[in-house]
Design a protein around this ligand. Structure first.
Ligand code: PHB
Length: 364
């Protein structure tokens, strides 16, 4: 495993934190769940509030029989490093100038620089798990792939605080803009505000953040929000992106290297896990059964699940945010779509099913 940054850097970043049942199951099946089962917080679903009303609870457990877990990606990263060390896997950090070569041959080459040495690694397969800005995707010739992109005209300003979070994950649609309440532990809250793309963090001292957050929630919820000093604050733009196919010869892309979703719906980390689940199963079939069937359908199978989550993240982003230039009409149309959701059980079941994420496909 080649990693550009140091372990300390990887473990210092606050990233995603809501795990689908499928992700929890994969971590459990691979012996990675001990701490997650101890420290993670289970959730039956999520709440949506709007226009100062009490909103609706989308009961995923009741409608689809699946639950969620709030457990930070940073903790998963720690658990993965610990597991890699236990099995003495080679994890090189601080790796520079990675290039991929001979991807259409049976022996692709990965060249890189590590501790001043130029190294060439002769591989059987390459898993490109290096994120949206990584080198793997760009090693595929432009003529051999197609990109689908949507950039949204706003970002999310997120903060982490050592305060008691609200009980549920709560999405808010408000004329002032979207807000979200989430958690990273029983005494660690994570909140987000929709902000313009050119937002500067220095313009958002904690007092301004908490006041704006409370203004976007109905009064009873706003009163329940426990404020305190932030321990992290960052702005992230929102984007939908898919690059097809997810395979080129012996290179297999997984996670953000192949696709990016806006955080609305909390799908990014879960999609990375499902890609890796499909890829690991395909590699096992190759090495144990001498079969390339699953490798050959990896891209198609992974993309079915990817597009399902790309679609629900896009839908929730469009439904819950205030778009620049949008009118009172647009705001009302969103609110009445939410009223419809509140009044219709089939609509709630459909949203619950999509929010939960598709089940994995069988190998046949
Ligand atoms: C988070 O906890 O960071 C989170 C939760 C729900 C989302 C996105 C992010 O939709």
């Amino acid at each position: 495993m080649l990693e550009k940054h140091s372990r300390a850097h990887v473990l210092s970043r606050i990233r995603a934190g809501v795990l689908e049942q499928t992700t929890v199951d994969v971590l459990r099946a691979n012996g990675l769940s001990e701490r997650m089962d101890r420290e993670g917080q289970p959730h039956d679903g999520m709440r949506v509030v709007w226009a100062g009303r009490d909103g609706i609870f989308i009961d995923v457990a009741k409608h689809v029989g699946k639950r969620f877990m709030t457990y930070g990606q940073t903790c998963i990263q720690e658990d993965l490093f610990a597991a890699a060390d236990r099995r003495q896997a080679l994890v090189l950090t601080g790796v520079e100038r990675v290039t991929l070569d001979q991807l259409l041959s049976d022996c692709p080459l990965v060249r890189f620089r590590h501790n001043g040495d130029e190294i060439v690694l002769a591989c059987e397969f390459v898993a490109g798990c290096d994120g949206f800005h990584g080198v793997s995707r760009s090693a595929i010739p432009v003529s051999a792939r197609r990109e689908f992109t949507k950039d949204y005209p706003f970002g999310w300003l997120g903060i982490l605080a050592r305060t008691r979070p609200l009980t549920d994950i709560i999405y808010a649609n408000h004329p002032r803009g979207f807000a979200l309440a989430s958690a990273r532990g029983p005494n660690l809250s994570r909140y987000y505000l929709q902000v313009p793309l050119d937002t500067k963090i220095d313009d958002w001292p904690d007092g301004r953040f908490w006041a704006e957050l409370k203004a976007r929630y109905p009064a009873d919820l706003a009163n329940e929000i426990v404020t305190g000093p932030s321990i992290e604050k960052s702005v992230a733009p929102l984007r939908s992106f898919v690059s097809e196919p997810m395979r080129y010869g012996r290179l297999f892309l997984a996670g953000d290297a192949a696709h990016v979703v806006p955080p609305t719906g909390a799908k990014g980390l879960n999609l990375a896990v499902s890609d890796v689940f499909y890829l690991a199963r395909a590699l096992r079939a190759f090495y144990c059964d001498n079969s390339t069937t699953l490798l050959d359908c990896y891209s198609e199978m992974a993309l079915r699940r990817v597009w399902s989550s790309v679609r629900i993240s896009w839908y929730l982003t469009m439904l819950l945010h205030r778009f620049p230039g949008s009118s009172d009409f647009d705001q009302r149309a969103q609110e009445y779509e939410l009223e419809y959701l509140k009044s219709s059980k089939p609509a709630q079941v459909a949203l619950a099913e999509q929010y939960a994420g598709l089940p994995f496909e069988g190998p046949n």
